[in-house]
Ligand binder design. Structure first.
Ligand SMILES: Cc1cc2nc3c(=O)[nH]c(=O)nc-3n(C[C@H](O)[C@H](O)[C@H](O)COP(=O)(O)OP(=O)(O)OC[C@H]3O[C@@H](n4cnc5c(N)ncnc54)[C@H](O)[C@@H]3O)c2cc1C
Length: 429
């Protein structure tokens, strides 16, 4: 009887660990915040929940798709990325009870917290397109997607061996991470086809669910010129719903006439995956009607639960889902949450929605789009960034990966606002 009692007590204590701060997700946003808090709290005060043992630099997938990086050089063991001064709980969270301040893990155990940061990203859902996974698995010489750790490995090989025909690049009807990426890979493919002397035997189409090529007018205008110069066909308001790999047909719904389908023949199809919030979040009371964490956009604090914050792709922040947005917002989150933890009311700048999309438009060329919540350009450099530039390309290809690994996830990169101020101050003198 005595030993049963002790087992029960031991179980309770292992099943209900408590931390001052719990972070769900050790991706870009989770680690940026964890690294900052690791300097303020002790290892037994801060826990990071994430099952994945590999950390992937996802912005590099576009470059890997074009053979400019290898998928392997975009990955590191998670154990090398998690700050040492934190406790890593290697599991998935499968339930959040913000009313009771606990997170439940897959094995049923509960982790309670004083403060919570949600940073679990967004789910890639190739399964939402009928036949897409079957096509990617069984017809890799015709159907590719860089929006997946598994399938990105095949993209460059297929693009490089393409010998001409109809090439279609898609953009889905859901929010996605880095909305510029589906066209970046298209421009790089265009250059690969030219290099391999098959461009004149190839028709390239960009079939996008959006009504425009890009959401920010200044960059959209520049991209329209590029699309024209490259002889790319832009088809708007088309959402890929089915792939019939045997017939090499892609079926799109016309979003202006719901229920009306249009079939395109293809020889090469690049699929940008639809994405959805994770179910465990969507069903929690942290979520808005679309399943994203409902935060105050200037502070990243939850609208209802004041001890909960969220960052990155899992949030309903009305800006593009990018690592750049995390860079610009993580210090704001950390300062706001620190104020709450310490009962202070120190002034904290408001997040302006800064996000960035380095739109690689070919080998050695890039438009560096930077903008805010209102879709207004917020450019760092004192030059017109809508122009294709080698400098922007080098920043995307070589500088940004280094910034990510050595500064952003280490909690020491807060975005380029400081340089923007410096450059613009210099100009106004
Ligand atoms: C092809 C591509 C190109 C891109 N290009 C750019 C670019 O050029 N510039 C740019 O700034 N951004 C780019 N991005 C976007 C950028 O990678 C993401 O916006 C960024 O990684 C989001 O960070 P996050 O922390 O929100 O999510 P993630 O980095 O995806 O991390 C989420 C973490 O949460 C974990 N997790 C998920 N579910 C659970 C759970 N139930 N319990 C615990 N943990 C969980 C995951 O394992 C993961 O580690 C690109 C993305 C892609 C895919």
């Amino acid at each position: 009887m005595n030993s049963v009692y002790h087992i029960f007590v031991r179980r309770l204590s292992t099943q209900q660990k408590h931390y001052k701060l719990v972070i769900i997700g050790a991706g870009c946003g989770g680690l940026a915040c964890a690294s900052k808090f690791a300097k303020k709290l002790s290892k037994d005060q801060i826990a990071i929940i994430d099952k994945n043992d590999t950390h992937v630099y996802q912005p590099g997938w576009t470059l890997a798709g074009a053979g400019l990086k290898t998928p392997d050089e975009l990955e590191k063991p998670q154990s090398q990325c998690i700050p040492t001064n934190t406790t890593w709980i290697q599991s998935n969270a499968n339930q959040i009870e913000p009313e009771k301040n606990f997170v439940q893990l897959e094995n049923g155990s509960k982790i309670s917290y004083d403060y919570l940061i949600v940073a679990s990203g967004i789910q890639t859902r190739l399964d939402k397109i009928k036949g897409a996974i079957e096509a990617l698995d069984n017809h890799p010489q015709h159907v590719v997607s860089m929006y997946s750790r598994k399938y990105v490995r095949n993209v460059y090989n297929t693009l490089n061996h393409f010998r001409g025909g109809q090439a279609i690049f898609t953009f889905p009807s859901t929010p996605i991470k880095c909305p510029g990426a589906p066209q970046k890979i298209m421009y790089l493919a265009d250059d690969i086809f030219r290099r391999n002397n098959v461009r004149d035997k190839t028709t390239i189409s960009y079939n996008t669910a959006l009504p425009v090529i890009f959401g920010v007018k200044k960059y959209a205008a520049a991209l329209m010129e590029i699309v024209k110069a490259k002889n790319i066909q832009l088809n708007t308001r088309l959402n890929l719903v089915e792939v019939c790999a045997d017939k090499k047909e892609a079926i799109f719904e016309n979003l202006d006439q719901p229920g009306t389908m249009k079939t395109f023949k293809y020889d090469l199809l690049h699929i940008a995956a639809p994405m959805t919030p994770y179910e465990f979040l969507a069903k929690s009371s942290l979520a808005d009607a679309n399943g994203f964490v409902d935060v105050i956009k200037e502070t990243l604090q939850h609208k209802k639960f004041s001890n909960v914050f969220a960052i990155g792709d899992c949030t309903n922040l009305p800006t593009s889902k990018t690592a750049a947005a995390i860079a610009a917002s993580n210090s704001i989150l950390v300062r706001n949450l620190t104020n709450i933890m310490e009962g202070k009311s120190d002034a904290v700048p408001k997040y302006d929605g800064y996000t960035s999309c380095p739109l690689v438009t070919g080998f050695n060329k890039c438009i560096l789009a930077e903008f805010d919540f209102d879709g207004q350009p917020l450019e760092t450099l004192p030059i017109n960034q809508a122009k294709e530039r080698f400098l922007s390309y080098i920043m995307k290809k070589d500088m940004m990966p280094n910034l990510y690994w050595n500064m952003l996830i280490r909690g020491t990169w807060n975005g380029p606002a400081v340089f923007r101020k410096l450059f613009h101050l210099g100009m106004s003198k």
